[in-house]
Ligand binder design. Structure first.
Ligand code: CAA
Length: 259
């Protein structure tokens, strides 16, 4: 875990924390950083002692977007043949354990898209969100036009994507882009608390809850509700369902085992 050049990776109890760390470039997402995020996510995903993850950034940025220096010389044939961005960036959408984005500062372009690939977003009062790609002569390239539109609706998504304007944490909370806002010095502590809470519930129920909510963005209402019901039924085959319900009736804390 200490081999990362652009990340700080640590654990707190059952929570894995990945901190993007490129202070010279406001954590801009270059190939090295995104490859390391993929590796760190896979390591936590495979670790049975980890139940939830946090993605955050060091310093005054979460991530200021794709690395413009690295991107500028690329041609159409290169980006098209490499399937630029999606090939190395989408591991976040494949993780089955929950990931909370703790957005401490700038989350712009790919940084905002990365935060939106996480399962929920907690922000510091200093956070700023934006999709400024239009100012660079391009458009969002890692799901921004699709996720932002689904999460906050067309009017705000069009406004942000067409003008490139940044929104602050208060506006992000109001439009439903983020779930919680904290003073900067409390952001990590509170995010860790929430991640620990999630990590200590039954792992199968947590995984099923994440999978089912995400399904809402992929399917129709009736298919989504059917999918939910089948997974709900499936959880009655787990030891954690027996334990969770018995603990409630016996007025004691449940001890989940992830089975
Ligand atoms: N790529 C590469 N380097 C970046 C960067 C980026 N996205 N964002 C910031 N940096 C670098 C700056 O070049 C600067 O480096 P130097 O000191 O070597 O000049 C350093 O980080 C600090 O940045 P600033 O001096 O600009 O800091 P600031 O506080 O004045 O401004 C900012 C902060 C508003 C975030 C500004 O840096 C900025 O606008 N950054 C670019 C944001 C952007 O356009 N992101 C979208 C990228 S495209 C994309 O992400 C495509 C996609 O959909 C995947």
């Amino acid at each position: 875990m200490s081999d990362y050049q652009c990340l700080k990776v640590e654990t707190r109890g059952r929570v894995g924390i990945i901190t993007m760390y490129r202070p010279e470039a406001l954590n801009a997402l270059n190939n090295q950083l995104t490859s390391e995020i993929t590796a760190a996510l896979r390591a936590f995903e495979a670790d049975p002692n980890i139940g939830a993850m946090i993605l955050t950034g060091d310093g005054k940025a979460f991530a200021a977007g794709a690395d413009i220096k690295e991107m500028q010389p690329k041609t159409f044939s290169v980006v098209y043949s490499e399937e630029f961005i999606t090939a190395t960036w989408e591991e976040l959408t494949r993780t089955r354990k929950p990931v909370i984005a703790a957005v401490n500062g700038f989350a712009l372009g790919g940084g905002c898209e990365f935060a939106m690939m996480c399962d929920t977003i907690f922000a510091s009062e200093k956070a700023k969100f934006g999709q400024p790609e239009i100012k660079l002569g391009v458009i969002p390239g890692s799901g921004g036009t699709q996720r932002l539109t689904r999460f906050v609706g067309k009017a705000v998504a069009m406004d942000m994507i067409l003008t490139g304007r940044m929104i602050d944490a208060e506006e992000a909370l109001r439009i439903g882009l983020v779930a919680r806002v904290y003073p900067p010095e409390q952001l990590m502590e509170e995010t860790i608390k929430a991640a620990e809470q999630i990590a200590n519930y039954g792992a199968l129920a947590v995984m099923a809850a994440k999978e089912t909510v995400n399904r809402a963005y992929e399917t129709t209402m009736s298919e989504g509700v059917r999918f939910e019901r089948r997974l709900f039924h499936g959880l009655f085959g787990t030891a954690d369902q027996q334990e969770g319900m018995a603990a409630f009736l016996e007025k004691r804390e449940a001890k989940f085992t992830g089975r």
